[in-house]
Design a protein around this ligand. Structure first.
Ligand code: SAM
Length: 260
């Protein structure tokens, strides 16, 4: 692996399948002047072909050894290296109309997706490799076991498209799980109809706190029986039965005490 020992704590599974690498870069299909940000460039499997198609590329990487290698290989006028943790990185500091791409470190993929969800305004699109199981949760529909907080919060902000299935032998070392590439495109602001985004997030988190319990229990102190009745939502439903629109309706009902 080009003299680098993969670090488990940084979720390092390096892409080695040329066909998959080519398919991911083709899915992004960058124009030379696009502002592309790669999360976790690692040994450069995606970075190198991206640099061939771009005037400039930004990368965010946490591993100092990998940062040093990238610095040696690429001049700063082509590659901006943001050294540090993507979980705390302010993507807005790079600019707007960003195109994010990455074979993400699987050990932090869910918190990273929640962090990135707050940059809908600055982002044009995102193309990510993730565990297949996470992509299944992202695109899941109401009534299925995978539907949860991640599905509701990401489907609220993004159009999601499952692009490519990727087997473990596409990586070195191979991960223990199957992977998939997904595209996220932020929804237009007029489709984000929760009046109070923070309250919406809190309600979704509370609703799924115990997914086997009824909504009446999980939303105790947030929505009473009169509220359920006013909204026409059965309090005996479980959180996975409720579509995204109903979570938005609950949030807006709770944000508008004057209308009760
Ligand atoms: N892009 C490379 C590839 O496809 O071969 C590497 C992908 S590897 C799955 C994940 C990369 O993310 C590694 O380079 C790792 O060091 C980096 N990484 C892990 N945790 C990170 C974090 N919190 N912030 C930024 N980069 C991180």
């Amino acid at each position: 692996m080009k003299g680098h020992i993969a670090r488990k704590r940084f979720g390092q599974n390096f892409l080695v399948a040329p066909g998959i690498i080519g398919a991911i870069v083709s899915a992004l299909n960058p124009a030379r002047t696009d502002t592309v940000v790669e999360i976790g460039p690692g040994l450069g499997a995606l970075t190198e072909p991206l640099l061939e198609r771009l005037d400039h590329l930004h990368v965010v990487e946490i591993d100092r050894d990998l940062i040093a290698r990238l610095q040696q290989r690429h001049a700063p006028q082509h590659l901006s290296i943001h050294a540090g943790d993507a979980l705390g990185f302010d993507f807005a500091s790079i600019g707007s109309d960003l195109r994010l791409i990455g074979n993400l470190p699987y050990n932090i993929s869910t918190p990273l997706l929640f962090h990135l969800a707050s940059y809908g305004q600055q982002v044009r699109d995102m193309h990510f490799m993730l565990q297949k199981e996470v992509v299944e949760r992202m695109v899941a529909e109401p009534g299925c076991a995978d539907y949860g907080r991640l599905s509701v919060m990401l489907q609220y902000r993004f159009w999601l498209e499952w692009l490519i299935d990727v087997p473990p032998d596409s990586f070195d070392p191979p991960p223990k799980v199957d992977s998939a590439v997904v595209r996220l495109i932020p929804k237009a602001p007029d489709l984000l109809t929760a009046r109070d985004a923070g309250r919406f997030a809190h309600i979704v988190q509370s609703a799924f706190a115990q997914r086997r319990k009824m909504l009446r229990n999980n939303l105790k102190g947030i929505l009473d029986d009169a509220g359920f009745a006013a909204l026409g939502i059965a309090p005996t439903l479980r959180p996975e039965d409720l579509p995204l629109e109903d979570y938005v309706r609950i949030a807006n009902y709770c944000s508008a005490p004057a209308s009760r």
